[in-house]
Design a binder for this molecule. Structure first.
Ligand code: CTP
Length: 406
């Protein structure tokens, strides 16, 4: 099952950093979130609602008493729908009102009605920010459960230097991701390439050779990497799975196309995880038209390139992870693959086991590392195994790969 896009309400209040909130909304939308913007009247003096409407693909709300398009108590519906509220920038005025339970516009009313976590990003002149009244309001809001992204220090729009600067949107997005999925954002800035699904090798215009892969494992690995902040590209052979929000997906059919796309993206990737079941063979000549049965059918096969092995030869600093689907001598074959294909980690599973096969939601795997370390995992869902693999990849990225020769 694919996780539903997270709903996030961005409250924009009237400070000069409003224009930076436009970029924030754009990034959150691109990351696959369902973003709704509520602006205060003062914010509309700095930037037009249309900008946020275009960037979020959702109607922007400013006026609490505007005629609704359809009957829906907006401050209640957004308050209930939201997985998270993000107030960016948060002015001293907003903090003061929120700290005292004042509800005199759409934003302050909606946050009183929500049970979702609320994160505020204060941005203002440094004297205002350090003013005891503002600091007391922040403390009060913290006691009410608000979370804060601290402003940065530096030159402010008003010309002074000090604390009060709107922080980098990357820091804010990091906080949002962490709160939404409860995962550490240690893959932030890492480019992860994942392959999934079983390739199709055409015999003629209507027939092809494929395998039993459902693509589930690769999709779960991609989602797990994304949840920890990675920039993920998924090369997907045909599957019946829904696209993953926030993950750039390239659809391919054949091993040759997957090969071409993998080699193209390899140099700019930090981690490559090859969960796809690549057909080892393809018909040496695919007929353009449908072969009629009277003609008879003999298929001559030729070998496809071993994509993973080729990437192993090209490898510089990348972390390369392979899968080994075996039906016998699991350990011996997995170890052979880790060395022959120059991998850092191989996820080996016995696909003849009923709970570890191709079309089920569970897997029983053993992880083999380059240095000979081996971890036998219990029966896990593919989502859990995906998370476990990414956790190990993260350790390899940060602790270094033992036993690596290049
Ligand atoms: N793989 C690949 N290109 C191929 C075949 C496999 O990149 N032409 C990758 C798979 O994505 C997987 C790993 O190699 O990560 C192992 O795949 P598997 O089918 O288990 O092994 P093979 O290398 O095909 O070896 P064998 O058929 O002997 O088991």
């Amino acid at each position: 099952m694919v996780s539903k896009a997270k709903s996030i309400v961005v409250g924009v209040t009237g400070g000069i950093a409003c224009y930076k909130a436009a970029d924030l909304v754009s990034s959150l939308t691109k990351a696959g979130m369902d973003v709704h913007v509520i602006m205060t009247e003062a914010a509309t003096k700095f930037i037009k609602p249309l900008t946020f409407q275009t960037l979020s693909n959702n109607r922007v709300i400013v006026d609490m008493f505007a005629e609704p398009d359809y009957w829906d108590v907006k401050h209640i519906s957004l308050a209930t729908k939201a997985d998270l509220f993000l107030i960016a920038p948060a002015t001293a005025n907003f903090l003061g009102k929120a700290a005292n339970g004042i509800a005199d516009d759409m934003l302050t009313t909606t946050i009183l009605a929500t049970k979702a976590p609320i994160v505020a990003v204060p941005a203002m002149n440094n004297n205002m920010y350090l003013n005891k009244m503002v600091q007391d309001n922040i403390q009060k809001l913290k006691a009410y459960g608000f979370q804060f992204v601290e402003p940065g220090e530096g030159r402010l729009a008003c010309g002074t230097v000090g604390k009060g600067r709107y922080p980098d949107n990357e820091v804010i997005i990091n906080k949002v991701e962490e709160l939404l999925n409860g995962k550490p954002q240690d893959m932030q800035g890492k480019r992860v390439l994942v392959t999934a699904g079983g390739t199709r090798e055409p015999i003629d215009a209507v027939r092809y050779i494929t395998n039993k892969s459902s693509g589930k494992m690769g999709y779960k690995v991609a989602a797990a990497a994304k949840a920890r902040g990675a920039d993920v590209t998924l090369i997907s052979a045909p599957t019946s799975l829904e696209p993953l929000p926030g993950i750039y997906t390239i659809k391919v059919e054949t091993a040759a196309k997957m090969h071409q796309k993998c080699l193209e993206l390899f140099p700019q990737s930090d981690v490559i995880i090859k969960a796809a079941a690549v057909s080892d063979f393809k018909p040496n000549k695919a007929a353009e038209n449908k072969i009629k049965k009277e003609q008879g059918l003999t298929i001559n096969l030729e070998k496809n390139p071993d994509i993973l092995a080729e990437m192993g030869k090209m490898k510089k600093n990348q972390i390369l992870v392979g899968f080994a689907a075996e039906t016998e001598e699991l350990h011996k074959n997995a170890l052979k693959k880790i060395h022959n294909k120059n991998l850092d980690l191989i996820v080996a599973n016995d696909v003849s086991h009923p709970q570890a096969g191709f079309d089920v939601d569970t897997n029983i795997a053993t992880l083999f590392f380059r240095d000979g370390k081996k971890v036998d995992l219990p029966l896990l869902t593919k989502a859990e195994l995906g998370e476990r693999i990414i956790e190990e990849v993260s350790k390899l990225l940060y602790d270094g790969v033992k036993g690596r020769t290049n």
